[in-house]
Design a protein around this ligand. Structure first.
Ligand code: NZQ
Ligand code: ZN
Length: 381
């Protein structure tokens, strides 16, 4: 077990009807909120009315910044920064999925920065401060509601990069599982795959395989994601399953499931971000294609030990091949594509995808070269 520091300052309010509690919380931090949301799902499920009502009741003025698209883009982030500055917003409130929260984080940091906000994403500047951020999560998947990262696509260069900084941790996130009842089935699948991806990256790439407690946290979260997802697919109105899924997804990327691991990296994410940057597919769908291909590469290069251990604990499988098949079966059952062809991505594009992935691989300091990435992707044909 490696030395580690674990800090997570985000306050989580979890359960039925908790979104309104963001009103007094945000009022304690500012007087005028930039209210960031997406294409309208929060108007259909009532979160928009509840949240704007709670903010106004607590004396917070609202400047709306709607229209965040899945896989949020830099131009829309910049528009939000301009809006927040000209209106004098002193707090940011976000309601929606990871894309909305990530854009809100980028705006919160960008407002406080004199240069180009993209500097944070390409390593030219560090995030030192940000407007205080409050979030209402409606899609369990990314963990953005309780972490200090955000992902944005520069649509001019087709780079999907991430920025990080302690100032980006939301002050308070409200997680009401009932707000997820309106999720389309495809988003249930994307969320399940992404949550699994967050816990397997550290587990499989750690150079220290003797962090027993963290391995057990990973196993438990994976079992919970699989079991909750299967229950949700069977009965979308199952509150217990929605609640378990929501908390599992948050815990999957809040720092807890990697404590004590060493030398780990996010290789599946680096490759996936190339897919969603180029083809604008959902992050979860891209991961369902990349992970089984990467597991085959992992088996060839690192042996069966981790696949054996994970599979036995999570799927009840007997060997590494069985574990890879169990992952694929689960992704398929959830409704995600597991081959490039199933997402209509031609195998001839593999060199282009690998070249794009190299941008993030270098940015994140990984030791992979393009031929290796092409080899991994060729397992996904
Ligand atoms: O835009 P609206 O109308 O809100 O609809 C959204 C969107 O179309 C819809 N949706 C969300 N909640 C809903 C709902 N529809 C009905 N009922 C609800 N309750 O779902 C669609 C997808 O939303 P999106 O926010 O894009 O999905 P997700 O949460 O999966 O976020 C994906 C983004 O987060 C990034 C991904 O790369 C991608 O850009 N990630 C962020 C991370 C982080 N900040 O830590 C880590 C992840 O690895 C990931 O990279
Ligand atoms: Zn992810």
């Amino acid at each position: 077990m490696q030395n580690f520091t674990f800090v997570n300052p985000t306050k989580i309010i979890f359960g039925k009807a908790v979104v309104a509690e963001l009103g007094p919380a945000a009022a304690a931090a500012g007087k005028k909120a930039l209210f960031v949301y997406g294409g309208g799902s929060i108007k259909k499920n009532g979160v928009h009315d509840v949240l704007t009502g709670a903010l106004r009741e607590n004396g917070v003025e609202i400047v709306e910044h709607p229209g965040v698209k899945p896989n949020p883009v830099l131009s829309h982030v910049k528009a939000g920064i301009g809006k927040a500055r000209s209106a004098g917003c002193d707090v940011v409130v976000a309601a929606g999925g990871g894309s909305v929260i990530d854009e809100a984080k980028s705006i919160a940091a960008g407002v406080k920065y004199g240069g180009d906000v993209w500097d944070f994403f390409c390593g030219k500047a560090e995030i030192r401060e940000a407007l205080p951020l409050f979030t209402a999560l409606t899609l369990p998947a990314t963990g953005s509601e309780m972490n200090s990262g955000c992902v944005v696509t520069n649509e001019a260069t087709a780079q999907k990069f991430s920025a990080h900084g302690a100032a980006l941790f939301p002050r308070v996130s409200a997680l009401d599982p009932e707000t997820t009842l309106t999720l389309p089935r495809a988003q249930v699948a994307n969320g399940a795959v992404d949550s699994i991806a967050h816990i397997i990256e550290g587990y499989f790439t750690t150079t220290d395989r003797d962090a027993g407690v963290t391995d057990e946290i990973v196993h438990a979260l994976a079992r919970s994601v699989v079991a909750s997802t299967l229950r949700i697919l069977k009965d979308p109105s199952d509150y217990g399953a929605r609640a378990s899924m929501m908390w599992s997804a948050t815990l999957a990327l809040n720092g807890l499931p990697t404590c004590g691991y060493g030398g780990m990296n996010f290789i599946n994410h680096a490759i996936e971000h190339a897919l969603s940057a180029i083809y604008d597919i959902a992050h979860g769908a891209g991961l369902a294609i990349v992970m089984p291909a990467w597991f085959r590469y992992h088996l060839e290069t690192s042996g069966p030990a981790r696949l054996d251990k994970f599979g036995a604990a999570v799927f009840g499988t007997k060997d590494a091949e069985g574990t890879i098949k169990a992952f694929e079966d689960f992704f398929r059952k959830a409704g995600a594509p597991v081959r490039l062809s199933e997402a209509k991505i031609p195998a001839a594009d593999i060199p282009k995808i690998a070249a794009n992935a190299m941008g993030l691989i270098r940015m994140w300091g990984m030791k992979h070269e393009q031929p290796e990435i092409e080899r991994i992707l060729s397992n996904a044909r």
